[in-house]
Design a protein around this ligand. Sequence first.
Ligand SMILES: [Fe+2]
Length: 249
Amino acid sequence: MGVSTGMSIHRRDLLVSGAVSGAALLAATAVAGAAPPAKPAKGKTPPGLGKHEPAPLPFKAGSLTGISEKMITAHHDKNYTGAVKNLNKVEADLAAQKPDAPAYLVAGLRDKQLTYFNSMVLHEHYFGNLGGNGKRSGALETRLGSDFGAGAWEAQARATAMGLGGGSGWVILGLSLHDGSLAITAGGNHTQTLAFGAPLMALDMYEHAYQQDYGADHAAYIEAFFKNLAWEVVEARYDRAMKAIAALA
Ligand SMILES: [Fe+2]
């Protein structure tokens, strides 16, 4: 799927796109009364437990405005890639547990599994919605204006990010696949996310996302984030999520 600026949508966004297309196909097939396809769509195939692979940055590391090549590279190569590697290790450890494994051990591994999996997903959404010019237009932008009031959603997202400054967490603009509503949420430990929600815009407010360039000045980092926002990617995610809602109805 192409976007207006020529920046490629993240590889895993394409996988989601494939999943939505597959869901739509299944729904259409059910309506027609025919048997569903025996195999899932190619893009829907999961990598398998312990076999997740880090995705490359979807833009040149030195191309951002106000976010240095050194910082974004460290963020991608250390923090994000580390989460993917740890996810693989945890999944392998879980698969190796015997039925009589101590409950506390399994509980701890399950906790870490969710942390690393969500960290992987949210980081891929974060890197995927950077590399743009910050300009916004489209169906989502129009809807945000009517749902929140003109400019209000961005003010609320910025205020939410400021609330996480000096701490850690994610600011996520998401679409609920449960009732179709838009929501701005603040999530800590990579795990506090909207249940059955599709992330549309992800802003990393963990200190590793800005400390190298900005120290404690998280307000300047938030400014830089919105300058580099690839809104066309956010709009494309919204479009796919709305199609998913229709397919799930
Ligand atoms: Fe991060």
